[in-house]
Design a protein around this ligand. Structure first.
Ligand code: FPP
Length: 247
């Protein structure tokens, strides 16, 4: 399979974000407003993911991380959870080849233990298939929760100490970061949440310590590449100081 030619910037646009993370909210309301089942909104939402991934290179965004299913989402009705799992399996099956050909490297974060074996196999296969790609890095958070991730990281760290491979004296922020699901990612520069809710909802808690946040009223299935470009463009105008005083 031929890979798409690289025509787009490799580095962020002047002052633009390198890593954008998105809480894709509002699928259910989008469907309900149309008198349709909530799952239809999730299907429409999945189509949006493709548009936004495609918009990334033109905006200089190298890393895109999307929140597809949280550790709390299991509390939804059985019908919705089963429908979402089926959607993830279908999305991976249908989009794999296209993602590969477009130079997208796909990785998943979150706890795979509770996911069904068929889905996990599809996730592993897609990660492997796209492992040589570097045009856009798409990370999909699936059965992901920030607290759960930090807890799992702490447990693995404790295991290494108990096994004698590490000393407690080695534990600092840098070491803990290496045990997180996101060890391969830079921290997000910008976190976008759609649908008018101003909450973080347990998304990338550790990694977003210095991120800028944008809360957008648009429901996720209506969030276009143009709107994405506007939000990303607005980021450059912000003054990020990471706790320091402006020079
Ligand atoms: C939140 O909207 C959205 C979700 C829990 C699922 C997100 C999934 C997708 C966008 C589709 C699949 C994604 C991929 C990567 C294949 P909500 O249901 O909470 O909406 P509401 O707040 O209006 O009820």
């Amino acid at each position: 399979m031929a890979k798409m030619q690289e025509k787009t910037p490799q580095t962020p646009l002047e002052g633009g974000p390198q890593h954008v993370a998105i809480i894709m909210d509002g699928n259910g309301r989008w469907a309900q407003m149309r008198g349709r089942p909530r799952l239809l909104g999730h299907h429409a939402g999945a189509r949006r993911v493709r548009d936004i991934v495609e918009a990334c290179p033109g905006q200089g965004v190298k890393y895109l991380t999307v929140f597809a299913f949280s550790t709390e989402n299991w509390k939804r009705t059985q019908t919705e959870v089963a429908g979402l799992m089926k959607l993830f399996r279908r999305y991976i099956t249908r989009e794999s080849r296209d993602l590969f050909e477009r130079g997208v490297r796909v990785r998943f974060i979150g706890d795979r233990v509770r996911l069904d074996d068929k889905l996990v196999t599809l996730m592993d296969d897609l990660e492997l298939l796209t492992s040589g790609n570097d045009r856009v890095h798409l990370t999909i958070a699936l059965n992901y929760g920030g607290r759960d991730e930090v807890t799992r990281a702490a447990k693995r760290l404790a295991y290494e100490i108990e096994a004698g491979n590490l000393s407690y004296k080695d534990v600092d922020a840098e070491t803990l970061t290496q045990f997180l699901d996101t060890q391969f990612l830079p921290d997000p520069d910008l976190v976008i949440r759609t649908s008018g809710e101003a909450r973080i909802s347990n998304f990338l808690l550790w990694q977003s310590a210095y991120a800028e946040y944008e809360f957008i009223d648009t429901l996720w299935p209506d969030f276009t590449a143009d709107e994405f470009a506007k939000v990303v463009g607005g980021f450059a105008a912000r003054d990020r100081r990471y706790g320091a005083v402006k020079a």
